[in-house]
Every structure is written in structure tokens, then in C-alpha cells.
Design a protein around this ligand. Structure first.
Ligand SMILES: Cc1cc2nc3c(=O)[nH]c(=O)nc-3n(C[C@H](O)[C@H](O)[C@H](O)COP(=O)(O)O)c2cc1C
Length: 327
């Protein structure tokens, strides 16, 4: 028997492209496995890692890039401002982890990145941005995508910037519908994404403020993009991808019961501990906040959820929540 290995391609992947957006400290392997256990549809963008740290062989950073087969297809995002270092990091990740693609972060507004002329700062330096894409394309065989914002300070900046990236050889671009200056304030501008899409022929993914399956379909329609990607809307709600599957196939949405929520939390926390050791219970607290946000009656348990210190502690609390809230 011959196994036929087909390389991942943004162009031939079924449309619409539905993806989990990269989120630092959130889209780690355990969360991505939870997402994929509910729907195999989403393409996973793993959280950004520093190209410098990858090249320096920083152990913690390398650990962050480990991929479990259940997560695939997985796109590893990297950040940095030096084309040679970025190219070296992409090569090392390709050789060691075999993700389905490499994504370049040109949208992060955090000062730590932009002060070093990377992340969203690259939108102010199209020449350098182009050099980075070209340098990576030259050395790896995987698809290379780029994640940008609508601009540094003006929403119209992306209209030309997407052309620069296409010319440099990018295979796909994700656009978050806010400028760097906006940060996370205001509303994502889906219309400017639609305009940017018209300026290029490579696939474009729309991003920003897609917090429900209904909004995912609306964003696809309004932006006329090849796909959408969801960040915050998936936190505490990894079912969102299953619900998108349901809407796309004309089925009614299945509501999530409290039992299902609790069961998934128990599964997620165990994966987190498997990956991070006992400390995983502490880093899991942020997910607990998201899982029980807005759940009727859950407020009274908030303080205890935030201060959980052991798995037994959490299991007991979840049992108590089920008994109290299900009645
Ligand atoms: C906690 C958090 C971490 C993020 N980390 C990254 C990251 O590592 N790389 C990146 O390109 N964007 C990152 N983002 C931005 C998201 O990918 C996304 O563009 C933004 O949140 C808008 O989408 P949303 O409205 O669906 O949340 C992050 C966002 C959040 C909330």
C-alpha cells in the first residue's frame, strides 16, 4: 500500500477557510486539540513565537511549537524583524515540526514587538516586510502567509500593503479589521477588508469581532473573503466551529449544555497538565474565566474558579457547580 501525501495548499483547501486565530498564551497545543476534538474543520494558527528565540534554540520556545497530530492542519506563526533570522527560524520549524504552513506576524500592536520594528510596525516598512516574505519563501517549501491589521494608523494602508505582500510571494493574508492605533477598541471594519480582497488575487481571510456562528457567515458574505478566522470568540466557546459547520450545512444550531461544558473543561485541563505539568492548573485559570463567562448562576463561583490550585480542587468545584446550576 502506498500512502499518498498531499502538501497543504491555501489555494486547493476547501472553501470557505475556517480558522482558529493565533493567540499568545491561549492557542497552545492543548487548547487547539480541544478545538479539533469538537470539529475537524478549523485550520489552526498556533500562537506567535520569536524567530530569535527559535534560532537561539530556546527550550521554552521550542516546546511551544510542538504539534500533536490531532491539531493538523497547523500553521505556526513567527515574529521578528530580521529577514535572515526569520528565514532560519522558518527552516528550523519546517524541518523539526513539519507544520502545514508558516505565518508571519505583521499585526501585533504590543510595544515589545513594535519597538523592535516587527509585528504591526512592519506595515510602516513595506520594503522590509517584502524582504522577510521573500527570504522565507526562498528557503522553505511550505506555504507562507502573513497576518496584518488594516494599517498602522490609517485603515486604508492595507489596500496597498496587500499588493506588496502578494508581489513578495505571500500565499495568503489574514486581515484583522483594526489599525495598530486602535488596538482592540472600536469595531472591526469588514468593509475595508472587502476592498483589500479586491486588490489582490491571493486568498484573504477576514478577522475581527466574529463571536458567533451567525457572525461568521455574515462576515463571509460581507467581506467576500476566502475565509474567516476567530480569536476571542473561540475562548470558552470552542463549539463555535461545530456551530459554523452546522450553519454552513443548513442545520439548526445545537445548544451547549452545562454538562457538556463541564465535561470539556475536565478534558481540557487534563491536556493542559499533560503538556505543562502540575503548573498547568494555574495557567488554566484564564480558560476557566472564559468557559463560565455569562453562564447563568456561575458568577457566585468566580472567585473560587480564579484561585483553583489542584485538579482535585477543580473537579470538586465543577461537581458542585453542576449540582447547583443544573437544578
Ligand atoms: C489573548 C490574545 C492573544 C493574541 N495573540 C496573537 C498572536 O500571537 N498573533 C497574532 O497575530 N494575533 C494575536 N492576537 C490577535 C488575534 O489573532 C485577532 O487578530 C484579534 O483578537 C481579533 O480577532 P477577534 O475579534 O476574533 O478576537 C491575539 C489576541 C488575543 C485576544
Amino acid at each position: 500500500m502506498y500512502a499518498l501525501w498531499v502538501m497543504f495548499s491555501w489555494n486547493t483547501h476547501s472553501k470557505p477557510l475556517i480558522a482558529l486565530a493565533p493567540m499568545a498564551d491561549m492557542t497552545d497545543s492543548s487548547f487547539c486539540r480541544v478545538v479539533k476534538s469538537l470539529s475537524t474543520t478549523p485550520i489552526i494558527f498556533r500562537e506567535m513565537v520569536s524567530s530569535e528565540a527559535i534560532v537561539r534554540e530556546n527550550e521554552k520556545t521550542w516546546k511551544m511549537t510542538k504539534i500533536h497530530s490531532q491539531e493538523r492542519p497547523v500553521i505556526q506563526q513567527i515574529f521578528g524583524g530580521d529577514p535572515m533570522v526569520m528565514a532560519r527560524a522558518a527552516t528550523l520549524i519546517e524541518e523539526n515540526n513539519h507544520p502545514e504552513g508558516i505565518d508571519i506576524n505583521m499585526g501585533c500592536p504590543v510595544h515589545k514587538l513594535t519597538q523592535n520594528f516587527n509585528g504591526a510596525a512592519l506595515m510602516k516598512e513595506p520594503e522590509k516586510a517584502s524582504k522577510i516574505v521573500k527570504a522565507i519563501k526562498q528557503v522553505i517549501s511550505l506555504p507562507v502567509s502573513v497576518k496584518i491589521r488594516t494599517g498602522w494608523s490609517q485603515e486604508t494602508e492595507c489596500l496597498e500593503f496587500v499588493r506588496v505582500l502578494e508581489e513578495a510571494g505571500a500565499d495568503l493574508i489574514t486581515i484583522h479589521g483594526r489599525t495598530k492605533t486602535q488596538g482592540y477598541s472600536g469595531k472591526a471594519n469588514w468593509d475595508i477588508i472587502r476592498q483589500a480582497k479586491k486588490n489582490v488575487s491571493l486568498p484573504i481571510i477576514a478577522n475581527g469581532d466574529i463571536t458567533s456562528a451567525e457572525l461568521a457567515l455574515q462576515a463571509l458574505q460581507e467581506t467576500e473573503c476566502d475565509g474567516i478566522t476567530i480569536a476571542r470568540g473561540a475562548l470558552g466557546n470552542p463549539w463555535i466551529f461545530l456551530q459554523i459547520d452546522e450553519l454552513l450545512s443548513g442545520k439548526p444550531l445545537t445548544p451547549v449544555t452545562l454538562e457538556q461544558r463541564v465535561h470539556l473543561v475536565q478534558k481540557h485541563v487534563r491536556l493542559q497538565i499533560e503538556n505543562q505539568g502540575e503548573h498547568g492548573i494555574i495557567t488554566f485559570r484564564k480558560h476557566l474565566t472564559w468557559y463560565f463567562k455569562g453562564i447563568p448562576g456561575a458568577k457566585q463561583f468566580r472567585e473560587r474558579l480564579h484561585t483553583i490550585t489542584s485538579l482535585t480542587n477543580l473537579d470538586d468545584l465543577l461537581k458542585e457547580m453542576l449540582n447547583t446550576l443544573a437544578n
